[in-house]
Design a protein around this ligand. Structure first.
Ligand code: IDP
Ligand code: MG
Length: 155
């Protein structure tokens, strides 16, 4: 049986400004990823310094933080088999011009930092990042009629 995982996604200010929130969420839904958490988050400098700690010494760090604070971001927790890797595949490479055609970043964006989406890069970071942005009572477990078709149980 594949591994059922949860992962954290943030829809960045460029997704909001460019009216792409619905299109991006639609792509996740079409893939069969289940939305188990969904809310607006107002990012702060402190939160970004934690979330993007691996980029702290980059020359673009200050402008990245400013960009991420321009509007609220949409936080999502998505669930599915191998969800961490599968979402990264649907999202595409960090640099939109290096991303494969058909990925969200390749199809809808052109340059960094405005590549529309954050998605956790490993099961370990997904666990930390979900806790960073969502309280336990903001995550929901529920059955969908399509679960058996998407997840292949008892079809
Ligand atoms: P990821 O979002 O694909 O996981 P990371 O390396 O973790 O990529 O970088 C986080 C975010 O920082 C990127 O999504 C992008 O918005 C921004 N970023 C990364 N590299 C650059 C750069 O060279 N210039 C400007 N922004 C960058
Ligand atoms: Mg990353």
């Amino acid at each position: 049986m594949p591994d059922k995982q949860q992962t954290l996604v943030l829809l960045k200010p460029d997704a909001l400004q460019r009216d792409l929130l619905g299109e991006i969420i639609r792509r996740f839904e079409m893939k069969g990823l289940k939305i188990v958490g969904l809310k607006f988050v107002r990012l702060t400098e402190a939160l970004l310094e934690e979330h993007y700690a691996h980029l702290a010494d980059k020359p673009f760090f200050a402008s990245l933080k400013q960009f991420m604070m321009q509007t609220p971001v949409v936080g999502l927790v998505l669930e599915g088999y191998d969800a961490v890797a599968e979402i990264r595949k649907v999202v595409g490479s960090t640099n939109p011009r290096a991303a494969d055609a058909g990925t969200i970043r390749a199809d809808f964006s052109m340059n960094m930092p405005s590549n529309l989406i954050h998605a956790s890069d490993s099961p370990e970071s997904a666990e930390t990042e979900i806790k960073r942005f969502f309280k336990d009572d903001e995550l929901f477990s529920y059955e969908k009629i399509t679960d058996r078709y998407i997840f292949g149980e008892g079809v």
